[in-house]
Design a protein around this ligand. Structure first.
Ligand SMILES: [Zn+2]
Length: 68
């Protein structure tokens, strides 16, 4: 799947209307603000919020919450 930068600039998170970023594993579009991943099925992005997966941006795992 080869995505245009121009295509990506058109896409926006259906929840917050913020920018999306391309994710390859699993394939889809992620919103770092909502921490949701919109998966791509057969090259068709699924922008249903109900079917989005929880997603965390890499490199921002700061803080070990092991105080329980
Ligand atoms: Zn969002």
């Amino acid at each position: 799947m080869s995505l245009d930068a121009s295509l990506l600039s058109v896409l926006a998170c259906p929840k917050c209307k913020g920018p999306l970023q391309v994710v390859t594993t699993p394939e889809g579009f992620a919103c770092s603000q909502c921490q949701l991943l919109y998966k791509t099925d057969d090259d068709i992005p699924n922008f249903l919020i109900d079917e989005a997966l929880p997603w965390k941006a890499k490199g921002t795992s700061n803080g070990s919450s092991s105080s329980h």
